[in-house]
Design a binder for this molecule. Structure first.
Ligand SMILES: [Zn+2]
Length: 277
């Protein structure tokens, strides 16, 4: 029974981890960390590789996951500047990577985002130091983490808000037509943003959904338009023949007749001609 309960606990942990609202590349990073496929130097030494096992960042102490992510002097500064020093203290005494992830999955959304992006960024920083010998001041890494977390939070807030509105407003399409809803975000200071789409059938079930990040954006309308085009492209790619597309800015109704590029260009033209309102 103990084994069964332990297996269930593991399954719950991975369910919670994969359902965190953070980018997939970061969830993959956490998954690999929990399964010891990231090789801090002490792990490699245990596997019989004859290397110097000193921490890549400080070169003072043997490098294991606990030291690298929570006890190295530079990483302590990272967590302090991110406003997470008490979480760092608690995580520093946890020995298992899985228990670290369990702790992170229980954090509130904003702290969780900063924590996982901080861990992922710190691993990238270690790679940069090891492979290129380049070292950035901690305050620059912190700025990157905060900008990235801010963009995701803004996107999620907008998506959640629009989901509530759309739940109230959602109208059933006719049985042979699917409905595409899109949303986008835009940050004027950084020209970054995000897009997202969801295609549902007439019973409201999700057929396909997607989202992504954008850079070098000109304005919010461009982000909305890209979201719409991504949704239309996804519909074309999986062979959807009829679709109604709608978001806050544009409204278009059309029938997908062909998968060829000429038709895709025609879709693009028809969407870009739509007025803003
Ligand atoms: Zn160190």
């Amino acid at each position: 029974m103990a084994c069964l309960s332990s297996t269930n606990q593991q399954e719950d942990l991975w369910k919670k981890m994969w359902s965190m609202e953070v980018p997939n590349k970061i969830k993959h990073f956490l998954w690999r960390a929990a399964h010891n496929s990231h090789p801090p130097r002490s792990n490699l030494e245990h596997q019989g590789m004859d290397i110097i096992n000193m921490c890549v960042v400080c070169n003072c102490v043997a490098e294991d996951g606990g030291h690298l992510f929570f006890n190295c002097d530079m990483v302590k500064e990272l967590w302090a500047r991110l406003g997470l020093p008490s979480h760092r203290e608690q995580l520093a005494v946890i020995e298992s990577a899985r228990e670290v992830i369990r702790y992170v999955t229980n954090l509130k959304r904003e702290e969780q985002l900063k924590m996982v992006i901080g861990l992922w960024s710190w691993w990238s920083e270690r790679k940069r130091i090891r492979e290129e010998g380049q070292r950035r001041p901690v305050h620059l890494i912190v700025k990157d983490v905060e900008v990235y977390a801010g963009e995701i939070l803004q996107f999620l807030t907008k998506v959640h808000r629009s989901q509530i509105v759309k739940q109230q407003k959602w109208r059933k399409p006719s049985p042979e037509v699917l409905k595409l809803n899109t949303d986008a975000s835009f940050r004027k200071e950084s020209a970054y943003g995000g897009w997202g789409y969801i295609i549902r059938d007439n019973d409201g079930y999700t057929v396909i959904a997607g989202r992504g990040r954008l850079s070098h954006l000109l304005d919010p309308f461009q982000a909305e338009l890209i979201a719409c085009l991504q949704g239309i492209q996804a519909a074309i790619d999986i062979g959807i023949r009829k679709i109604i597309a709608a978001n806050d800015v544009v409204m278009v109704k059309f029938t997908v007749e062909a998968k060829d590029w000429a038709y895709r260009c025609q879709c693009l033209e028809s969407v870009t001609r739509l007025p803003m309102y």
